[in-house]
Design a protein around this ligand. Structure first.
Ligand SMILES: Cc1ncc(COP(=O)(O)O)c(C=O)c1O
Length: 394
C-alpha cells in the first residue's frame, strides 16, 4: 500500500517512548519505597468541576445528544464571549467564536483555512510539536526560529521581519507556551502583529494556557489587538477537561463562514454532551473552583522553579503561566554520566523513578540540553521529586 507523501512529514512523538518506558517501570516499582512520580504529563491532575460532571449526566439523561450546529451551541458561544469580557476585559462577539473538538481541531481548521501547499508558517523553537504537523497536514512548511531566554523563548518582531520570505503566510505562536510556560510580552506581540499585518499575513495565537496565567503583566488575551487575530483556546487545561475533547477558536468575522464549511464537512460538530457540560464551567461555583486550582498551580510553580535552580538546573525565565518548567540540565549531565537530555531523562527514570520529558520533540535548537518538567502534580509529589533529585545529584 502506498501512503500519501504528507504522512512522511509527520514525525513520531519521540517522548511517547519515554512515557511508555516510564509506565512499564511504574508497574514494576509500584509497591517499592519509591513509586514512580510522573512529571511528564501535560494535563491537569484535576478533573472537570462537579457541576460540569452533573451537566453531562443530565444531557445524557435528557437525550440532549443530537448534532449541534458546526459552530457549536449558541449558548456556549455566548458564555465563552462573556468569559472574555469578565476575565480579560475584551469584548468578543459570540458570532466570531467557533466551538471545536479541542484546540487540536481548532489548530487544524485554522491551518486548513489559511495554508496553501508550500506556504510557510513561522513559529518559535521550542514550541508544541503538533503545531509543525498541523501545518504540514495542510501541505505547508513550518519554519522554526531559534529563540533565547532573554526573548522569553518567544519570537520577536525583528525575527518575524527578518525571516519573512516570499512563501511566508503567517505566524503561529502560543502564549503562554508549551514547553516553556512563558508568554509573549503584550507590547512585543503588538509589534509582531504589526509586522504580520504589513505583510498581509495571519497571526494565530494559541491561548490554551491563558486561563492559567499567574502574572498581571502577561495574562492578557491577544484578542485585545483587534478582530484580525486568530485565537485558539480549549476546555482542556484551565477547565481540566482534556478527555472531553472540547475547545474553541475566535476568528476574524470573514473567516467564520470558511471555517464553518470546513468544520461541517470534517467534523459535523463537536461533542454535544461535552458542549452541554461545558456550559456549567461558567457557573460561579465552577469558576471559583477553577480559580482555586489556578492558585494551586501558581503555588507549585513558586516552589518548584526555585528548587530546580537550587539543584543546578538552568531556568533563566520564570514561567508566567501553564504548568511547565523548561529546564537546562547540561550542568548536571556529568553527575549522571550522560551528555544529552534524552539520556538524562532515562537516568532520572531508572535511578530516581521520576518520569520527565526530554526536549527533543519541541524543536531542534538546543533542545538536547533541555528537560520539560510538568508541575501538574500534587505539592507532596513535587517535594518528593526534589528530594530524590537532591540525593541523586549529591
Ligand atoms: C500548546 C498546546 N496547544 C494545543 C494543545 C492541544 O489541546 P487540546 O486538548 O485542546 O486539543 C496542547 C495540548 O497539550 C498544547 O499544549
Amino acid at each position: 500500500m502506498q501512503f500519501a507523501a504528507r504522512t512522511e512529514k509527520i514525525e513520531p512523538f519521540y517522548v511517547m517512548e519515554v512515557a511508555k518506558a516510564a509506565q512499564a517501570l511504574a508497574a514494576q516499582v509500584a509497591d517499592s519505597a519509591n513509586p514512580m512520580i510522573f512529571l511528564n504529563i501535560g494535563e491537569p491532575d484535576f478533573t472537570a468541576a462537579p457541576l460540569v460532571q452533573q451537566a453531562a449526566q443530565t444531557a445524557i439523561a435528557q437525550g440532549q445528544t443530537q448534532y449541534t450546529s458546526a459552530l457549536g451551541l449558541p449558548a456556549l458561544r455566548t458564555a465563552i464571549g462573556q468569559w472574555y469580557a469578565d476575565r480579560f476585559g475584551v469584548q468578543v462577539d459570540a458570532g466570531r467564536i467557533v466551538v471545536t473538538a479541542g484546540a487540536s481541531a481548532a489548530l487544524q481548521l485554522a491551518c486548513l483555512a489559511l495554508v496553501n501547499a508550500g506556504d510557510e508558517v513561522l513559529m518559535p523553537d521550542p514550541s508544541y510539536p503538533c503545531n509543525r504537523h498541523f501545518v504540514s497536514s495542510a501541505d505547508g512548511v513550518a519554519r522554526l526560529i531559534a529563540t533565547t531566554p532573554d526573548q522569553r523563548y518567544q519570537l520577536t518582531s525583528e525575527q518575524v521581519q527578518a525571516h519573512w520570505g516570499a512563501q511566508t503566510r503567517g505566524v503561529l505562536l502560543a502564549s503562554p507556551s508549551n514547553p516553556t510556560g512563558t508568554s509573549i510580552a503584550p507590547d512585543e506581540l503588538q509589534r509582531i502583529h504589526a509586522v504580520v499585518q504589513s505583510k498581509g499575513g495571519f497571526t494565530i495565537v494559541d491561548e490554551i494556557y491563558l486561563g492559567l496565567s499567574y502574572e498581571e503583566a502577561f495574562g492578557r488575551s491577544a484578542l485585545a489587538l483587534g478582530e484580525d487575530i486568530i485565537s485558539i483556546n480549549s476546555f482542556s487545561k484551565y477547565f481540566s477537561m482534556t478527555g472531553w475533547r472540547l475547545g474553541w477558536m475566535v476568528l476574524p468575522p470573514a473567516m467564520v463562514p470558511v471555517v464553518e464549511r470546513l468544520a461541517q464537512n470534517l467534523f459535523i460538530c463537536p461533542s454535544t454532551i461535552a458542549q452541554h457540560a461545558a456550559l456549567a464551567c461558567f457557573a460561579p461555583e465552577s469558576l471559583a473552583l477553577y480559580e482555586q486550582r489556578r492558585a494551586q498551580f501558581k503555588a507549585r510553580r513558586d516552589f518548584f522553579i526555585p528548587a530546580l535552580r537550587e539543584l543546578g538546573f538552568g531556568v533563566p525565565v520564570m514561567p508566567d503561566g501553564a504548568f511547565y518548567a523548561w529546564a537546562d540540565g547540561r550542568a548536571l549531565f556529568p553527575k549522571l554520566g550522560v551528555s544529552n537530555s534524552w539520556d538524562f531523562a532515562y537516568a532520572l527514570m531508572e535511578r530516581a523513578h521520576l518520569a520527565v520529558t526530554p526536549g527533543r520533540d519541541f524543536g531542534a535548537s538546543d533542545t538536547g540540553c533541555y528537560i520539560r518538567f510538568s508541575t501538574a502534580n500534587s505539592m507532596e509529589q513535587l517535594q518528593e521529586a526534589v528530594q530524590r533529585m537532591r540525593r541523586l545529584f549529591a
